[in-house]
Structures are given as C-alpha cells and as structure tokens.
Design a protein around this ligand. Structure first.
Ligand SMILES: [Zn+2]
Length: 158
C-alpha cells in the first residue's frame, strides 16, 4: 500500500492569492507562469541548473529550505491530471524529502483520489519561502527570497 505523508501543518496566513476578486484559474498548465510565485514543488519539478557549463546531472535541484509555508487551496483535479504526464516522479520524491514530506518511490498504478488530493497539496500548497536551490552537479546555489527563486546567472555563467 502506497503511503503518502504530509507532516506539514496547515498555517493560516494572509494569502493574496485567495482574494475572491482574482479570476479563477483554469487550465493551469498554459498559465504556469502565473504559478511561479511563490516557489512551489510543481515549479521545482521543472527547474534545472542553467549555468552554461553545467549540462549533466543538473536536475533535480536540492531544496535547502529555511522557511516553508503551507497554504490550503481548493483541490483542482484537472490540474493534477494534466500535470501527471509531465511530472518527473523521481525528482518529486527527492523534493518531498527536502521539505520533510514522504511520497512513494514509484507512482501507483491506480492512484486513489485521496492520493491525487495529497499530491495536489504537495505540489501546489507547499511554498518554499526562504532558502535556496542547489545544483547537484556544479553546486551553484540559487537563492529563494520571499518565495521567489532567483535563477539569474552571473555574466561568467552565461
Ligand atoms: Zn549546475
């Protein structure tokens, strides 16, 4: 039986995204740029080290988090179903460890709705607020400040 463990506590925070005036987000994938802030695991799953000389083993970036927030949001089944084929599961397993969550090492053949709901929480509701992303190859660290990862390179890295 696959286990899915989210030890993170729900914390009430003022979340500007929950503003009712915001248009409802549908078909999330084409709008992923809107999801960049704050730093979520769904974004982490797509980030590689972009230093020019760093071409192999540059994924997944290790999450070194000093502040993690958990912000409840309404489950979006379509979001998860659309995302599944694009998800790098092994990278997510590593990312989950980095944020003290635990997911099965392989994706279950017939995931239950509960599993998908937990997956949604992990991908979307966990926000890395402070810390850094570290390249497993060149060890370059990309800082995360107030939920925003800074992937900008120095001139000698381009
Ligand atoms: Zn690198």
């Amino acid at each position: 039986m696959a286990e899915f463990f989210l030890p993170l506590q729900t914390r009430k925070t003022s979340n500007p995204e929950k503003n009712d005036k915001m248009p409802e987000k549908k078909n999330v994938l084409p709008q992923l740029h809107l999801e960049l802030i704050p730093m979520r695991l769904v974004i982490h799953n797509m980030l590689t080290c972009n230093v020019k000389t760093c071409q192999t083993n540059n994924f997944p970036l290790k999450i070194v988090a000093s502040a993690i927030d958990y912000v409840e949001s309404e489950y979006n089944h379509e979001y998860i179903v659309n995302l599944l084929p694009k998800l790098e599961w092994n990278a997510l397993v590593e990312a989950a460890k980095d944020v003290n969550a635990n997911i099965p090492s392989t994706f279950p053949e017939n995931p239950s709705e509960e599993f998908l709901r937990n997956l949604y929480k992990l991908l979307h509701n966990v926000h890395i607020i402070e810390g850094s992303l570290k390249c497993p190859n060149c060890h370059r660290q990309f800082p995360i400040t107030r939920g925003i990862p800074n992937m900008l390179l120095n001139e000698n890295e381009i």
